[in-house]
Every structure is written in structure tokens, then in C-alpha cells.
Design a protein around this ligand. Structure first.
Ligand code: IPM
Ligand code: MN
Length: 330
């Protein structure tokens, strides 16, 4: 079967790292049909389009999407992020944002091997809120957090299933139940109820501020973490910084129900400061592509690329040089 894979290079270093990921995937002999999309800040600056309905419709019929990074300083913050990235997360129901952090011998915190699961469709990202009396001295801004039993439960269940599949079988819920007494209560109750169905999985709870301390001082304590959208956003940048580096931080925006494609992307952004200089580490894009292959059931090719990544972990150089080294080690 030939997979139809959407390719969104995007902006800044996005196209540079995606080119290397495709170089590696090609060298590994994957049979696929690339379906390129011209989306991101540069497209928006040209014709004002963020995500045309026809593109979203075409994307929804693909098997998967590989995205580099989107956003450019010439476009006001949020336009591309919300109009493209978040719209795809919501409309394709990519409700799990899976972010692995694995540190090898040449990194800080060698031996860390954790999976962060970030709920990807709710919380403060849902866009609830608004202004009252905007621009006056009595202006009010609210920004709500939307948490549904359905959304929380499917995410928590994904966490227990993933923890069950790993040797340590340990799942930590991260939230802020002492202050967020409504959303936190729903998460905690759901977590504890689902836990009774998984007696083989051991559990822990950490407030998000305490989790930040543990990420810095003792990240090895974690196996699988499940958390809500905004905490997961912040915690996973920290995860990249303390384990493996942000240049190796990959992610899968998953639709585990497989009602449509899942989307895979590096956690780093478009990094306009180093764009066009071949300075970006393409590994986060390569690992994102490997996660995509695993999700598509291409385990043999995925394992070969993982082996090549491990064998070239110490390699430094320009973006294409690192891509060449990984492809050459296959
Ligand atoms: C991420 C990014 C996005 C997020 C932005 C670009 C909207 O930071 O994928 O972590 O906040 O989710
Ligand atoms: Mn982020």
C-alpha cells in the first residue's frame, strides 16, 4: 500500500528540516506519495490565505501529514498558529499530542525516557472568552478553559494504554488541582476512575509547578505523563530543554480513532533567526517522520531509521550534513 502523505514545509527552518526528513525516508525505501501544500506565513503574505477549505478537505483524505514549522515575524502572532495549526488539531480531531523525550549518552540526563501526552483540543486553547468594553478604562478580558468529560477521559485512557505497553507501566497526572478546582477536579476524578481499570499501572499526581522542578532535578522519575493542553505546551518545551535538546523534540498530533490523518511535527518552531543558514538540527523532523511511520504500521522501516539515528547521534554539522549522515547509516 502506498501512503499518501501531506507535506507542509511551512516557514523558516521548516522546509529545511522537512527536506532532510524526506531524504531519510526516501533512503529507507518507503513507498509513499508526497502531497505538498503551500501553507504558512509566506503563503499568507502572498495571497492572504491561511487554510483554504479546499486544502483542509484534501488534507482530511490523506493518510498522514508531516509538517516542518509555521509562523514568520511579518505576520502578527497567532494568525497562522490558530488559523492553520490549531484549526487542523480541532477539525481533524487530533486529540493526543504525543511528545517523547529520550536522552542518550551525549545529552544532559542520559537515560531519561519519558512520553508526555498533552490533551490537544480543549482547555484554554478552545478559544472561549472575549472582551467587554474593549479599549476603555473598564475593559474586561476573559479566557476560559473548556474541559469535557469526553475529552479528558479519552486522553486519560490513551495515557493508561500507553503506560501499560511500556516496561515501567507508570503514569503521572500533571495538573494544578489546588487552584483549578473545577478543571482539575474533573481531570483528577476521571484519572482515578479510569485507574481502577488498570491495576497493573502505577500512578502518581504532580502539580505542574512541582513537575517543573522534577523536570530539572530528576526527570528520570517519569515514564508517561498525561496533562491538559496549556500545561502540556509549557512542560514539553522544558522536556526538550532537559532531555535530548529541542533539536530532537518530536511530536505526533494523533487521531487515535483514525477517523482522519494524524499530523507529525517537530516541537521547535520556525526559528526565523537561523532560517536559511542550514544551522537547524533536522533530527526532530526525522524522529517525527519515524513516529509517523510507526503510526502507519511501517515498523521495519521505522526501526531501521531509529538504528541509524542512534548510530549518528554524535554527528554535528549543517542541516544537510546531518541528514546525509543519518541516510548514509541506513
Ligand atoms: C506547540 C506550539 C503551538 C502550541 C503554537 C504554535 C500554537 O507552541 O505545538 O507546542 O501552543 O500548541
Ligand atoms: Mn509549544
Amino acid at each position: 500500500m502506498t501512503h499518501r502523505i501531506g507535506i507542509i514545509g511551512g516557514d523558516g527552518i521548516g522546509p529545511e528540516v522537512v527536506a532532510e526528513a524526506l531524504k531519510v525516508v526516501d533512503a529507507a525505501g518507503l513507498a509513499y506519495e508526497p502531497v505538498p501544500f503551500d501553507l504558512g506565513g509566506s503563503r499568507y503574505l502572498r495571497d492572504g490565505a491561511v487554510l483554504p477549505d479546499a486544502d483542509l478537505e484534501a488534507i482530511s483524505r490523506l493518510d498522514a501529514v508531516l509538517l516542518g514549522a509555521v509562523g514568520t515575524p511579518e505576520v502578527p502572532p497567532g494568525v497562522i498558529e490558530r488559523g492553520l495549526l490549531l484549526r487542523m488539531r480541532f477539525e481533524l480531531d487530533l486529540y493526543i499530542n504525543l511528545r517523547p523525550f529520550v536522552a542518550g549518552p551525549s545529552h544532559l540526563n542520559d537515560g531519561v525516557d519519558m512520553m508526555c501526552i498533552r490533551e490537544n483540543t480543549e482547555s484554554t486553547y478552545a478559544g472561549e472568552g472575549g472582551f467587554l468594553r474593549k479599549g476603555t478604562p473598564h475593559e474586561i478580558a476573559t479566557q476560559g478553559s473548556v474541559n469535557t468529560r469526553f475529552g479528558v477521559e479519552r486522553c486519560v485512557r490513551y495515557g493508561f494504554d500507553l503506560a501499560r505497553s511500556r516496561p515501567r507501566k507508570h503514569l503521572t497526572l500533571v495538573h494544578k488541582t489546588n487552584v483549578l478546582t473545577f478543571a482539575g477536579d474533573l481531570w483528577e476524578r476521571t484519572f482515578n476512575e479510569v485507574a481502577t481499570e488498570y491495576p497493573d499501572v502505577t500512578t502518581a499526581y504532580n502539580h505542574v509547578d512541582a513537575a517543573c522542578i522534577h523536570f530539572v532535578q530528576d526527570p528520570g522519575r517519569y515514564d508517561v505523563i498525561v496533562t491538559e493542553n496549556l500545561f502540556g505546551d509549557i512542560l514539553t518545551d522544558l522536556g526538550g530543554a532537559v532531555a535530548g535538546g529541542i533539536g530532537r523534540a518530536a511530536s505526533g498530533n494523533l487521531n487515535p480513532a483514525r477517523t482522519g490523518p494524524s499530523l507529525f511535527e517537530p516541537v521547535h518552531g520556525s526559528a526565523p533567526d537561523i532560517a536559511g543558514q542550514a544551522k537547524a538540527d533536522p533530527r526532530a523532523a526525522v524522529i517525527s517522520a519515524v513516529m509517523m511511520l510507526e503510526f502507519l504500521g511501517e515498523d521495519t522501516i521505522a526501526t531501521r531509521i531509529r538504528t541509524a539515528l542512534a548510530a549518528t547521534d554524535h554527528v554535528t554539522g549543517s542541516t544537510p550534513e546531518i541528514g546525509d549522515a543519518i541516510a548514509g547509516a541506513l
